[in-house]
Design a protein around this ligand. Sequence first.
Ligand code: PEP
Length: 251
Amino acid sequence: MTRRKFIAGNWKMNGSVGQVDAFGRALVEAAPSLDCDLAVCVPFVYVERLARALESTHVAAGAQDLSSEVDPGAFTGEINGSMLAECGARYVVVGHSERREMFGETDDIVVAKAEAAIAAGLTPIVCIGESLEQREADETENVLARQIGALTRGCERRTLEAMVLAYEPIWAIGTGRSATPEQAQSVHAFVRSQIANWDATIADSLPILYGGSVKPDNASALFAGADVDGALVGGASLKADSFVDIARAVI
Ligand code: PEP
């Protein structure tokens, strides 16, 4: 099956009203020439503003997290999927390694958040990936198999059918040290085979993004991998120019 390439940005805890507005203006101009799906996941407070700015384009706005609670209630500080959808979000990053590591998100929480996203009509971009220690100890496939197993066991079928997976080796995030195209393709093929063991049809249509120091100058080599369906881009998504250049690298 031919999978359309998808480039998603993750602004992390960066940005300002001015930056959102400038980004929106640049994307309105560039979007007609970009032949791929696009989303930009910004801090909660900017989601609505970005969604409005991108209204006339095929570029979606998204968030970087959501509550695992679906219904409103006494959960101080939390934001649920329906609130995000009401503000114009179409995507939400789930289980980013920074949330797994710094905020104690377990595989079970990641499953619950992916389910909560789907319940609200959002597409979860679910992140998986190994640390440097795990890679050096030859544990990459075990770690990924565990993370994927949690998803195939815990998620409903409709969630797995609709989600986007992002393979993000932790050692490549924000380090300037991307995986090589060969490393990325080989892990993506492994990830797809793990999903195929569970359901070959879903595995075939599942978008698997690569994330970790993707830049305009390494994007096209990474995208050449048969199982690399696009990118989740952190630092280089903060500037419209580099985000657009990455999208232009789609073959
Ligand atoms: C990320 O935050 O998901 C990411 C991949 O960051 P960077 O592109 O900066 O490595």
